[in-house]
Design a protein around this ligand. Sequence first.
Ligand SMILES: [Zn+2]
Length: 474
Amino acid sequence: MVDDVVIGLEVHVQLQTQSKLFCGCSTKFGDNPNANTCPVCLGWPGTLPVLNKKALEYGILASLALNCKINQKIKFDRKNYYYPDLPKAYQISQYDLPLAEHGTVKFNHDGESCAVGIERLHLEEDAGKLVHSSVSRESYVDYNRSGTPLAEIVTKPELTSPERAESFLRTLKKQMEYLDVSDCNMDEGSLRCDANISIRRDDGSLGTKAEIKNMNSFKAVRKALSYEVLRQRKLLSRGQRVVQETRLWDETTEQTKSMRSKEEAHDYRYFPEPDLVPVRIDKKWQQEIGFKLPELPDKKFNRFLDEYQLTEEAARTLTDSRPLADFFEQAIKPDVSAKTVGNLIISDVKRELNERGWDIGQVALTPAALTSVASLLEENLISSNVGSELIAELVESGGDPREIVEQRGLKQISSEDQLSSVILQVVSENPDAVADIRGGKNQAIGFLVGQVMQKTGGQADPGTAQKLLREEIL
Ligand SMILES: [Zn+2]
């Protein structure tokens, strides 16, 4: 049963334009319901859509990053269906001449390098949103999202496990964030994902697929797809068949549930949008957009390995987001090692960020201050404990590390004279540990070093403390 799982993803990425895809309304999230609407995005008869050039530019940028071929002539089509959140009873999307096709994305899964083909990337407008009140048992519709630009990215059915699907999605999200074409905020629905999943038959042919909708987090993708693999396997092992249908992931019961029989493209009666002319993508314009492509995560990762001699894990963490990678590079100066700076970010800065639920853009710590802390550590002027405390303080309220160390007397005590009285005190207060060490139990020395650190407020140099303790005891 190796590699018999076949998964293809359809990812909707909300492009972060100021205005909607076919009208000038704001795309701002969280405004009062229906505040950002006009006759176009409310679908009033007689109104005419106008294509947002910025959305097209973002779409091209994303297509280039996915190694897609950009089609020189594209057009928009109507996808017809009725739903209360779709006031025109059709969605403007792209059918047979999408923006881009035939791409590929490389991604890392558990140390294994994988790749998945990208079938296409097309632009389309988002629908509105239904809000169901459990109190009044009424439903409301908010058209603020109606007409927001989306890039739909469709992969080939080449992902072979739920975990790989998740790794790919994480890579895709990181790429879109690097490009700055979307905030990719999954809680606000800026990145949404549907999946087609089937189990390959014994003869190697593709099995019947089910489509899973409503997966709004990485965890949901992994869990919903894993559930579905088990469900389909169970059916097949009993000699029953998998029905082609759309299933909904239920976060609370952690099950997929049948929603409706799967519709085919012809059910939507696609036809060319008569209110929009086909668009020819100017080669020169496409080239100019290509020049704006930033260094992508994969490339940056490899460069960090080469240029700064980091471990793979460190390079991966530091390239996790573009702002974090930039912060790291800004803090590297000729007189400090990249490794010290990197370690401070990975252990101390990241810990402070996680505690506060912040990202690097929100800290009061500057790259220059980080450089300072790194050089204080390398000059052996502060202990690593003091370094951690400094970072915590700088993240919150900023400041000059050298000044703080000077004013508060935080300098590391590495002079043997200064430490010797504390060493004597610790030895006399802990006869049991001392006896252990004399009896050959070397681990007990760690406990005594801890006592020295405590008595000096973390300022003792642990190396010197250990050396002096040994000399005193043995
Ligand atoms: Zn509008």
